[in-house]
Design a protein around this ligand. Structure first.
Ligand SMILES: O=C(O)C1=C[C@@H](OP(=O)(O)O)[C@@H](O)[C@H](O)C1
Ligand SMILES: C=C(OP(=O)(O)O)C(=O)O
Length: 436
């Protein structure tokens, strides 16, 4: 297997006889790496991030905060941030390039809405099609002045004094929630943010660790934010990314005769939807070395298994949102008809992930039908490759799910746009090769 960095048409490996075997420590969590840079930047003193994710999305965050005047140095996966405090960011000389990263864009909007300067945000073609009013509108209710372009990037942020809010989120989105929390840290009073459904809670957990006063009520959806905290830098070991481990969890479950151990994987329960769903489908996955302090982690041992079909509805979606392409692949080998609904958010990710999965799985002869907010898959039908030229649609997660799907077919396949995988997992093919 070759490194993909300069390849546009990656040859994919299939037809494995002996299964996948070995042990792997997946790269650091993307959501936690982004937040580590941001919260370290607005704290006082030094923050050290270990096992930082050195993928393009998190490097966009790192560069943006350097442009905002924060001294940040990176030595491999260790990042040192000299925090400037909540009021120490400086107006950047140029526009901030968000690259492909929705998380960087939406969280930075919340933070810069309350800074006393002007910033322009730009992004790549994919990011420039993703909805931004979901953030600029609620921030506007706090007094922010954010001008988006027909609801999209480029955006101009004119920093203002912000008012406290009592806001009920209209979408189940950790990015929108986090933007509001970051704005609320700078508001003139205590804010309450109420989620539609619980979503990943790294912002709340990490801000508390840095010293901010952020409280989550017992209902799991009401968050109270007290303004003007004194935040202090800290040393943080970023756990392995469940969303990256998920590719190998799926591959080991589906490729016969496999047994793979994934070490130090983040097990925050707002992120473990794939683990829960796989167990329900009859997957063979066991936990060891469980650590429950701060962000929980565990080692996961996965063996191949015969899978049952599954039904997934809206209340389960946030904890598995980025892994739904993999749920589709698991369903495509399960013994019956599976159905996913309530996942309309997939249509506004790096690409329309429902359309991309249906297009590409159809090339493999998988019996899949799209729904407005999900899909139906009959895994009891055998696959027949009708087109060997797969396409990532420029989306890292679609690229990786297709690479895993290719392990299950005999025909040689190629993947167009494999370089998109660098967005979240540059060493994906190298890591996969260690298990073959
Ligand atoms: O807050 C985060 O770090 C993320 C939240 C999710 O997006 P939404 O908030 O749009 O659901 C997820 O899809 C994304 O990969 C990372
Ligand atoms: C949707 C994703 O990321 P973002 O929204 O940060 O671009 C993802 O990583 O799958």
């Amino acid at each position: 297997m070759v490194n993909i960095k300069s390849q546009t048409n990656q040859a994919l490996q299939g037809n494995l006889q002996g299964g996948l075997h070995g042990e792997l420590a997946v790269p650091g969590d993307k959501s936690i790496s982004h937040r580590g840079i941001m919260f370290g930047a607005i704290s006082q003193g030094t923050t050290i991030l270990r096992h930082f994710l050195t993928a393009e999305d998190c490097l966009s965050t790192l560069k943006a905060f350097q442009q905002l005047g924060v001294p940040i140095e990176r030595d491999g996966e260790t990042v040192t941030i000299k925090g400037v405090g909540l009021h120490g960011l400086k107006q950047p000389a140029d526009a901030l390039d968000m690259g492909n990263s929705g998380t960087t864009t939406r969280l930075i909007m919340g933070l810069l809405a309350g800074q006393k300067f002007q910033t322009k945000l730009v992004g790549d073609a994919s990011l420039s099609k993703r909805p931004m009013k979901r953030v600029s509108d609620p921030l506007g209710e706090m007094g922010a002045d954010i001008r988006v372009t027909d609801g999209h990037l480029p955006a101009m942020i004119n920093g203002k004094s912000l008012h406290a809010v009592d806001y009920h989120l209209k979408v189940a989105s950790a990015q929108v929630k986090s933007a509001l929390i970051l704005a609320a840290l700078q508001a003139d009073g205590t804010s309450t943010i109420v989620e539609k459904q619980p979503t990943r809670n790294h912002t709340e957990i990490m801000l508390k660790a840095f010293g901010a006063k952020v409280e989550t009520e017992a209902d799991d959806v009401t968050i109270t934010v007290h303004p003007n905290p004194t935040m202090t830098g800290l040393t943080l070991n970023v756990p392995g990314d469940m969303s990256s481990a998920a590719f190998f969890i799926t591959a080991a479950s589906l490729v016969p005769h496999s047994k793979v151990k994934l070490t130090n994987v983040g097990m925050n329960e707002t992120r473990t939807g794939l683990y829960d769903i796989l167990k329900r489908m009859g997957g063979q996955i066991t936990l060891s070395h469980e650590n429950h302090s701060g962000e929980p982690t565990a080692d996961l041992t996965v063996e191949s298994a015969d899978l049952k079909p599954v039904e997934i509805g809206a209340d389960e979606i946030p904890a598995v949102i980025d892994e739904l392409p993999l749920v589709a692949l698991l369903a495509a080998k399960a013994n019956g008809v599976s159905k996913v609904t309530g996942a309309g958010e997939l249509r506004v990710k790096e690409t329309d992930r429902i359309a991309a999965i249906v297009d590409e799985f159809t090339k493999l002869g998988i019996a899949i039908k799209d729904l407005p907010d999900g899909f139906i898959i009959d895994g009891s039908q055998p696959w027949h490759v009708t087109d060997s030229h797969l396409d990532s649609h420029g989306d890292h997660r679609i690229g990786m799910v297709l690479a895993v799907a290719a392990l299950l077919v005999k025909e040689p396949l190629t993947l167009k746009g494999a370089d998109s995988i660098n967005i979240s997992y540059p060493q994906f093919f190298d890591d996969l090769a260690t298990l073959i």
